[in-house]
Write a protein that binds this ligand. Structure first.
Ligand SMILES: *Cc1c(COP(=O)(O)O)cnc(C)c1O
Length: 940
């Protein structure tokens, strides 16, 4: 008897479904279909060398064994990562709840009001605590947020200097990332110990840490004034918990605040994922990178949320972009915002006061025992001076199950947090060899440094403090939203496939959740084993020689890969190679990453079939031959086609001395059938939140590993912790990036095995072709490759219909909501089109439900075309229909209410009702408001 195969659970269509789909597509088997679809030049005919598939039970047992090889110690290392209690109601109802973790980025605001509200809470929390005007909806981590702050300062400063001053008391990983980002942009990061040294005469920006890595809380006001006097902008990397009791940076005129919200209920996860934040003073909001949630209104004039300033969104601006951030950390931002909602201002202040009391108590104990403690104001971190004895103290603490920070041979750092207890302090004192008797210690913060402004005054932060109220608030918001737990999300390029429960389970186990990224190696053996295996399996799948999981989104993998190419050329003396060829169809992050890597973007045209125009490619190569650094192509292309010219494209670029970067976002069409590292590419990033089952989280977390051929292996991202010296710059704050979610792709690969993975690819391609065949007589399919086949996604061209009828691609997307669907990808990569990617996880019934809805919508468009319904007042123009609208006493529309609410075949019992009508984005951009609106806005 064969054991139950996980692949049969992951892949939606069963054998009967598969046969019916193959009949419609006109192929005898999946193999035959794949033979026809994939060009033979790139086709790989082997079997992936992966362990035989484990069942779900076996995989969990193996993960338990791996987890057991990690040691959860009491972490008092600090440096931006702290112990925190995730409220159970948030852990279970957000982090472990598919209604939150399987949602997509809220580009369709009408079906995303829940997470948009949650993100608005997050933004309000950040602006209130920092005292700045506008915060975005999360960054990837503190170090990359600081790097974005640096480049923002560069753009906004009138200074001509290229010097960016970083205080020596900044987090070491932040300094490492800043240095790596600065170099290709011609920025000089100058680390200055501002406690004793002067500022240089000229600089464009200043980075301060508050409190410092040493724990010191200094009055930064004079430095801010001095920086402003020379035209520089000031960034303060501030700890939000400390800000509940310390003066807000905005009070002293700071321009930018950056940091992490990890200690707001998000486990350390050996480095991530957690939400970084970025906030700016008034006047800089339009320069803010990343996504920004704002308040607007819907078609009925009611307040509604949506992503603000979308045209400014960085990855849409391509080579004009100043940042490449796309996927951010939405799920973790939701958690951090909810932590603030649950505790409220008083609760947060209580946690902060208790944390500070612990640190005061710790210091008093050390002093009482004769240990020198560095003088000055601190919040949670104490630096003790033990000449020549620091390593001994750290080792003694480790023996007692406590991790401290070894600052240098003479100094030890000890950080307290929400989880610190008196028993922990006793162990620390023991490690220092002291046995003090200390009573309660109270010490007011000096007036100039104490917080003097209110925060979290909005009712949302004062209304959900009982667990019942919190549970219902979370349920209410989740119910507003459409995620994969309701139905298919056929988003081209995004691969919204199953995120299996078994894959998710280990994420919240303490042995994976509670490790500090700088914990000693002997405590992280399990993690490193898991990561080593995962990197090995990903190398096998892609045909590359080395993989780094450090980049915490696809965009960061792109930057890491391009920096590897840059370093490779430089090491060979090719310093002049700085041109990056990018086809016009590319994802916007490609061009943005190239600019950040110090390259010049040269666009290559696409031909009438959507393929890279090889004639134009020849011309561009000729023109830039000596300066050619790289080409960046997506494969299969963003048009959803397996281009046959890929092998010759790689050869042409190599002949001219360039390197080939293949954007691996579409790897779901290749796994088991072709390997980019074998068909001519030198480097790729993968999106583990697409192909390898990390849930999208409403816009993050993600993991974007970078994979390279051996000649680039030496240039993979270095370790940012400073503990190990490596040549290549770090790309994120932690050595393994968002390590905490790596058990997900590990479990996926472990349970699918070689055959399961290949079948998933085959079924994904079959499903896309099935949808293309069923819909092509209703909507033209824009591009196809070999034998008229598409790859794993297809583009439906609505432009002719829109031109003839005035019905827009937006109308169709919104009407799909009435039918109970999330719209496909809109207007990417071609404006006026929809790109459908069904994935292997949707069964035939769901694929048919989607096709039927699209066909019914086509018939509705015809009714508009024939004049039966007026152009401005029809079910498409008025979509989506809310319950309030169709149950209103007035119904002025020329079609029945039932057509609005329950179009063809919609299950009345299971109907999804959007909470708002169509959202007016432009209104909100004209009246920009990016924090929680006053409750009166919702009256009447
Ligand atoms: C998703 C995607 C990216 C960007 O990845 P993120 O993880 O969002 O940063 C890049 N290229 C393509 C083709 C994509 O689909």
């Amino acid at each position: 008897m064969t054991a139950e195969q996980f692949a049969d659970r992951h892949i939606g269509p069963g054998p009967d479904d598969e046969r019916r789909m193959l009949d419609v597509v006109g192929h005898g088997s999946i193999d035959e279909l794949m033979d026809a679809a994939i060009p033979e030049v790139i086709r790989w005919h082997g079997t992936l060398d992966l362990p035989a598939p484990a069942t779900e039970r076996e995989a969990i047992a193996e993960l338990r064994a791996v987890a057991a090889r990690n040691t959860v110690a009491v972490s008092m290392i600090g440096l931006g990562y702290h112990g925190t209690h995730t409220p159970a109601v948030i852990r279970r109802n957000v982090l472990e709840n598919p209604a939150w973790y399987t949602a997509y980025t809220p580009y369709q605001p009408e079906i995303s009001q829940g997470r948009l509200e949650a993100l608005l809470n997050f933004q309000t929390m950040v602006t209130d605590l920092t005292g700045l005007a506008t915060a975005n909806a999360s960054m990837l981590d503190e170090a990359t947020a600081a790097a974005e702050a640096m480049t923002l300062a560069r753009r906004a400063s009138k200074s001509r200097s290229t010097v960016y001053v970083v205080d020596a008391d900044a987090l070491p990983q932040t300094v490492a990332v800043l240095a790596g980002r600065a170099e290709p942009l011609g920025i000089e990061v100058r680390v200055v110990d501002l406690a004793v040294e002067e500022l240089p005469a000229e600089f464009f920006g200043l980075h301060l840490q508050y409190p410092g890595a040493s724990g010191a809380v200094r009055d930064h006001a004079p430095l801010v004034d001095a920086a402003h006097a020379v035209g520089a902008l000031v960034t303060v990397a501030a700890d939000l918990l400390a800000l509940t009791v310390l003066r807000a940076p905005g009070r002293i005129g700071v321009d930018i605040a950056a940091g992490t919200t990890q200690r707001f209920g998000v486990p350390m996860g050996f480095g991530g994922p957690h939400a970084g934040y970025l906030a700016v003073r008034a006047g800089l909001e339009r320069m803010l990178p990343g996504r920004l949630v704002g308040v607007s209104r819907d078609a009925a004039g009611e307040p509604a949320y949506r992503l603000a300033l979308q045209t400014r969104e960085q990855h849409i601006r391509r080579e004009k972009a100043t940042s490449n951030i796309c996927t951010a950390q939405v799920l973790l931002a939701v958690m951090a915002g909810m932590y603030a909602v649950y505790h409220g201002p008083d609760g947060l202040r209580r946690i902060a006061d208790r944390t500070r009391s612990m640190a005061l108590w710790l210091a008093a104990g050390l002093r009482a025992g004769g240990v020198e403690v560095v003088d000055g104001v601190f919040f949670d971190t104490v630096t003790a001076v033990v000449p020549g004895g620091a390593a001994r103290v750290v080792a003694a603490a480790r023996e007692r199950g406590v991790n401290l920070r070894l600052v240098d041979a003479d100094r030890v750092g000890v950080s307290c947090d929400e989880t610190t207890t008196g028993a922990h302090l006793a162990l620390v004192w023991e490690a220092f060899g002291v046995d003090p008797v200390v009573g309660d210690v109270e010490e007011a913060l000096p007036a100039g440094l104490a917080r003097d402004t209110d925060f979290l005054t909005h009712p949302v932060f004062r209304s959900h403090h009982s667990e019942t109220a919190m549970l219902r608030y979370l349920r209410r918001l989740a119910d507003f939203d459409y995620a994969l737990d309701r139905g298919m999300i056929p988003l081209g390029s995004c691969t919204m496939k199953l995120n299996a429960t078994t894959e998710m389970e280990p994420v919240t186990w303490p042995e994976f959740a509670h490790l500090h990224p700088f914990a000693p190696d002997e405590q992280t053996a399990g993690y490193r084993e898991l990561i080593g295996q995962l990197e090995g399996w990903l190398a096998e799948v892609t045909g590359y020689d080395a993989v780094s999981v450090q980049p915490n989104a696809g965009s960061q993998g792109e930057l890491a890969g391009l920096l590897a190419i840059r370093a490779y050329h430089r090491d060979r003396g090719d310093t002049h190679r700085d041109v990056c060829l990018i086809p016009s169809s590319a994802h916007g992050t490609n061009a943005a990453s190239a600019v950040m890597a110090g390259m010049r973007v040269v666009v290559v045209a696409c031909d009438a079939d959507g393929n890279v125009d090889l004639v134009d490619l020849d011309a561009k190569i000729d023109k830039h031959r000596g300066a050619l650094a790289a080409i960046m192509v997506t494969y299969p292309s963003t048009h959803g086609v397996y281009e046959t010219g890929i092998a010759s494209l790689c050869a042409k670029v190599h002949d001219a001395g360039g390197q080939v970067y293949v954007d691996g976002a579409n790897l779901n069409a290749l796994v088991g059938f072709a390997k980019p590292g074998r068909f001519g590419a030198d480097v790729s990033h993968l999106n583990l939140h697409k192909t390898f089952c990390i849930p999208h989280g409403g816009g993050g977390p993600g993991v974007g590993p970078v994979a390279v051929r051996s000649h680039l292996a030496a240039y993979l991202p270095g370790d940012p912790s400073g503990a190990r010296v490596q040549g290549a710059p770090a790309i994120s704050a932690a050595r393994y990036g968002s390590a905490g979610i790596l058990p997900i792709p590990w479990a996926y690969l472990r349970m699918m095995g070689a055959a399961g993975l290949a079948r998933a690819t085959g079924v994904a391609v079959l499903a896309a072709n099935y949808v293309a065949v069923r819909l092509r007589e209703h909507f033209p399919v824009l591009y196809a490759g070999n034998k008229g086949l598409v790859a794993h996604e297809c583009i439906l061209d609505l432009r002719p219909l829109s031109k003839a009828t005035g019905v827009s691609v937006d109308d169709v997307a919104k009407r799909l909501i009435d039918y109970g669907f999330h719209a496909p990808t809109m207007s990417f990569p071609v404006a006026g089109t929809l790109m459908v990617e069904p994935t292997e996880s949707e069964d035939l019934a769901e694929l048919d439900r989607f096709c039927d809805a699209m066909i019914a919508i086509r018939a509705e468009i015809d009714q508009v075309a024939s004049g039966q319904w007026p152009a401005g007042d029809n079910p498409l123009a008025n979509a989506p229909h809310t319950a309030a609208m169709v149950s209103a006493d007035e119904w002025p529309h020329p079609y029945p209410r039932s057509v609005g609410a329950y179009p063809g075949g919609v299950d009345r019992a299971g109907k999804y009702w959007p909470p708002v009508r169509r959202v007016d984005g432009a209104y909100g951009d004209r009246n920009l408001m990016c924090s929680c609106p006053a409750p009166e806005a919702f009256e009447g």
